[in-house]
Write a protein that binds this ligand. Structure first.
Ligand code: GLY
Length: 357
């Protein structure tokens, strides 16, 4: 059975989720687009496993397909890669009635979306995410970006896809650590707004396709309230302020999911210290995450994390917006004056606390 989840952004679109939907990619795109030129921007690893099937479905449906294959990593999420793709589109004379399709994880999707947002001042694109993290987060919501030397995702645009196709069977070839990265985000959704999802993600009692559908629905509900990150969408940043700092301290040797896992536990400790949660939720969150072999202990000092936390994109003026759990399934945005940050982090995250620092 196909799950069809409507994302009610200003320009609404569907996420279609079904096992082996890969083989229906062509006919499903044909429901929205006349046969046209279609550029697939694909990560080399899923392309190696599934590229033939994707190509066959697209060409049988009548699309004239070209592809750009690359090994996705943070270093190639750059203007140089974007330029190469835009050149390919221009050399093949794609027009505004042609489309792009991303086939890969979050990096592939972000680059493809950025190219779609900028080529000819904006053309349509679709996502076919191949990692759990991209299925439940990166492919939904139209955040596109490339990195600058100064930091991750510092250049980008909001540009919603026309369609997202999720095929859970593609996850079979993912390394376990990459799958765990996605599970950290699924746990995040549970803490944000679904205690049953949180419980099931710890016990492994939920069917993977149903879990993906539930996470997408939660993100969709938030996007319907706030598409452009001015309010409720900031809730999706749960665990991420600390996570980004941890990733930077580790020089990206720790994966995003591992850093999010550490960040989720830290946010529960912060919530308890600030009186946002009546009980300390960090133990049960840590147990759930460790059941997926994710790390939970902060490997860096507050002093080494602080400079990165202060550079967080979600900082506004003299306030940092912490996302904190009140209970499992309910979170809130808590603005904290920057000058209190060091003491609060120290009290919450270091055994023994700040002691008047
Ligand atoms: N990944 C967070 C967001 O889409 O806002």
């Amino acid at each position: 059975m196909m799950h069809q989840i409507k994302i009610a952004t200003q320009k609404p679109y569907d996420v279609c989720l079904e096992e082996a939907i890969l083989d229906k990619a062509g006919p499903l795109l044909l429901k929205q687009f006349a046969p046209c030129k279609l550029a697939v921007i694909a990560d080399e690893a899923p392309w190696r496993h599934y590229g033939d099937r994707l190509l066959s479905s697209l060409t049988k449906a009548g699309f004239s397909v070209m592809h750009y294959i690359f090994q996705s990593n943070e270093a190639v999420k750059s203007f140089q890669t974007v330029e190469e793709i835009l050149q390919l589109l221009a050399e093949n004379e794609l027009t505004r009635s042609d489309i792009l399709l991303s086939f890969g994880g979050g990096i592939t999707g972000d680059i493809t979306g950025f190219c779609a947002a900028t080529y000819l001042r904006g053309i349509s694109y679709a996502h076919m995410p191949t990692t759990l993290l991209a299925m439940i987060d990166a492919a939904i919501g139209g955040k596109t970006a490339v990195n600058l030397k100064a930091g991750k995702n510092l250049a980008g645009a909001f540009w919603q896809p026309a369609l997202v196709l999720c095929d859970p069977t593609l996850l079979a070839t993912l390394p376990e650590t990459v799958l765990a990265d996605g599970l950290a985000e699924a746990v995040k959704y549970g803490i944000l707004s679904d205690a049953a999802l949180f419980d099931a993600s710890g016990k492994g009692t939920m069917d993977l396709t149903d879990m993906i559908a539930r996470c997408i629905q939660i993100k969709g509900n938030i996007l319907a309230l706030d598409e452009r990150d001015q309010g409720a969408r900031r809730l999706l940043n749960l665990g991420h302020t600390i996570a980004h700092a941890v990733e930077m301290c580790s020089a990206h040797t720790l994966s995003h999911g591992a850093a999010v896992s550490i960040g989720l536990v830290a946010s529960a400790k912060l919530a308890y210290t600030l009186g946002v949660s009546a009980t300390d939720l960090s133990g049960s969150i840590a147990d759930t995450l460790t059941s997926h072999n994710l790390p939970v202990d902060l490997p860096y000092t507050v002093e080494s994390l602080l400079p990165y936390i202060l550079k967080d994109k979600k900082r506004t003026g003299n306030f940092i917006h912490l996302i904190l759990p009140e209970a499992i399934g309910r979170c809130r945005i808590e603005p904290l004056p920057i000058e209190q940050l060091r003491a609060v982090l120290t009290d919450a995250l270091l055994p023994g606390g700040c002691n008047g620092c």
